[in-house]
Structures are given as C-alpha cells and as structure tokens.
Design a protein around this ligand. Structure first.
Ligand SMILES: Nc1nc2c(ncn2[C@@H]2O[C@H](COP(=O)(O)OP(=O)(O)OP(=O)(O)O)[C@@H](O)[C@H]2O)c(=O)[nH]1
Length: 333
C-alpha cells in the first residue's frame, strides 16, 4: 500500500486512537495502540469487523481479545512499521531537521547581534540603537530557548517511536516462538513455510522423546521442562539456520530440512538421535544423573504434489513406526 499519510493526518488518527483507548479504558501499550490505530484509520477491514462485533456483544474491550487481533492481523505483517511508525518517524525527523537548522541560524543571529552591541557600546551617542539591539538579543534568546525545548521534545518522541518499534519487534517474535525452547511454534512454522521455495526438495523430521512421561513422573515437571529444552538445543545445534525447527506440542518436535533429500534428512536425524542418546543430564540439587534419554524420529521427503500438512503426516506415520519398532531409532517413509 502506498504511504500517503502526512504528519497532520497521522496526528489526527493518533488523537482518535487515544480517545478510543481512554473511552474504553484500554492501557496505551504498543500492542493495544497498534490494534486501535489500525481500526481507527480503517486500514484493516477484517480487524475492524471483528472489533466492532466484539463491542456490539460485550460493550467493552477485553485485552486478551486485542492481543488476539494483534497476533492475527498485525504481528506477522509489517503493516504497523510501514503504515503507522514509518510516516510518523519521517515527519518527526523532517521537523527535527528544520528546527535544528533554525537553532543554528538563531546562533548566528545572536552572535551578530552581540558583535553589534559591542561596537555600539563604544559610542555613547548610539544609546537608542543599543536599546534596540538589546531588545533584539532578548527576543532571539527567547526564540532560541523555545526551539531548543521543541528539539528536545521531538528527540524524546523519536525515542518513543523507536521504543515502540522494538516492542513491536519483540511482540512479533513472541507470537511465533515457543517460550520454553525458543523454537518456532505452529504459527511460526506457518510463517516460515511461506518463505520457502516449493520448487526445491524439502524433508521433514517428526521427533518425539521416548517414555517422557517417566521423566515427569520420576523427577517432576520442572525437570521435564529442562529435558525438553535440552532436546530442543540439540536439534537446533544439529540443523542449519535455514532449517525450521518447531515445537509442535509437549515433547514433540517437527523439523523442516530445507533443500534436503530423504537420505540427507536421515543422516541429520541420526545425528540428532545419537547426540541425544549420549547426553548425560544431572539433576543440579541432588547431583543424581537422569536415566538415559532417547528419541524416536520419523523422516519423510516432500513430494511435489503434497502440501506441508501431508508431509508432516508422513513424517508422523514414520515416527509411529519408529515407536512401534522399539523406539530410539529413526525411520524413513
Ligand atoms: N514437563 C512437561 N511435560 C509435558 C509437557 N507437555 C506434555 N508433557 C508430558 O509429556 C508426556 C507425554 O507422554 P506420552 O504421550 O504418554 O508419551 P511418552 O511417555 O513420551 O511415551 P512414548 O511417546 O510412547 O515413548 C505426558 O506425561 C505429558 O504430561 C510440557 O510442556 N512439559
């Protein structure tokens, strides 16, 4: 979309956004602000329809609902940056630049006036001129002060915009990443899959920790979580940055190996399996070692006619076979 906003327009929308936020007593967090800004500026029809329906039904706005709208319509697009923040930032920096030029010119005028004052002070008969110069000096100093204050204010606002941008970036990241392991979640998986070239060969691994219930039962969920994190770390360290590692649920992971054939994928699966089997995990407090860990892995290669869901299902079928064959192994389909 073309960015037509000028500063005044953006400011008007921003005022209406603030009014909306205060009317419904919504805290002006970056996420809330962005959702309401998109609604007020009529930039996302689906978001507005959903919000209006919600208001019709409840007459108030639930914060969880706003977060949902943010994740669904905003966080994965760069609409906020492009449509809200970029124009504001541009106008701010233009205005700041003009004010800074004005500050420089104020300085020159002040310095010239000072020279004139010095020259006139040598001659008593120029008293009236001296008064005029003194008056001009005091006016320019007031204007200098006003411009400096304005420059400070604008610099502060620029800082706030940058803060909002980094908050948005963090929110966008949180929406697609699993907080326990740092791997992608399902939504992140969908987002990353859209970036892949479907003409290339891709493979997938379905990985599941064997008898994980026993870990939880014997050592508790906290240790269970640590084990999940450790397995995720091994997966991450074994694949490349281009590949996509996803925590699909509980102790189940899915990996998309970009541009890799079935046999290459099988090799990687074996590396992961062996690395996990050789882990020696110790419980920090009791210094007791946890029983040996193992994973079962299903490996499948994407066929041209298959969509991603079918590929994952194939990998899952292979995983099921690996479990049935006795676990701690990888099976190719
Ligand atoms: N600590 C922890 N446990 C989880 C989490 N999500 C799921 N689980 C547990 O993972 C266990 C999964 O057990 P099962 O699906 O029966 O499988 P398993 O014991 O791993 O056995 P197999 O898969 O058949 O080898 C259950 O005990 C769940 O409670 C989580 O986020 N943290």
């Amino acid at each position: 979309m073309l960015i037509k906003d000028n500063f005044d327009e953006a400011l008007k929308i921003s005022e209406s956004t603030n009014e909306f936020l205060s009317h419904y007593q919504i805290p002006p967090s970056p996420v809330n602000y962005s959702v309401i800004y998109m609604h007020v500026s009529k930039r996302n029809e689906k978001l507005s329809i959903a919000l209006e329906r919600h208001l019709e039904k409840y007459q108030e706005v639930d914060l969880t609902f706003i977060e949902e709208l943010f994740s669904k319509y905003i966080s994965n697009s760069h609409a906020v940056d492009k449509q809200i923040l970029a124009p504001i930032e541009k106008s701010l920096s233009n205005t700041l630049e003009k004010i800074n030029i004005q500050i420089d010119s104020d300085k020159t005028v002040a310095s010239n006036l000072r020279k004139a004052e010095q020259a006139l002070s040598k001659h008593e008969y120029h008293k009236s001129m001296q008064n005029i110069v003194a008056f001009l000096m005091s006016s320019i100093s007031t204007s200098q002060q006003q411009h400096s204050e304005l420059s400070l204010e604008l610099t502060k606002t620029c800082g706030e915009v940058n803060f909002l941008k980094s908050k948005l970036e963090a929110a966008r990241h949180e929406a697609i990443v699993d907080s326990l392991t740092g791997l992608y979640n399902r939504r992140g998986c969908d987002v990353k899959l859209q970036t892949l070239d479907i003409e290339q060969v891709h493979s997938s691994l379905a990985i599941d920790i064997d008898h994980f219930k026993n870990v939880n039962d014997q050592f508790g969920h906290f240790i269970g979580d640590k084990v999940i994190q450790r397995v995720a770390k091994v997966i991450k360290e074994t694949i490349t940055d281009k590949d996509i590692a996803v925590r699909f649920g509980g102790e189940e992971f899915m990996v998309v190996l970009v541009n890799k054939t079935l046999s290459q994928a099988h090799e990687i699966a074996e590396k992961i399996r062996l690395a996990i089997a050789s882990l020696k995990l110790m419980q920090r407090d009791s210094k007791a070692y946890l029983p040996k860990l193992s994973v079962s892995i299903g490996v499948a290669q994407r066929q041209e006619e298959l969509n991603w869901q079918s590929l994952f299902e194939q990998a899952d079928t292979a995983l099921y076979q690996a479990k049935n064959n006795g676990r701690n192994q990888s099976v190719c389909l």
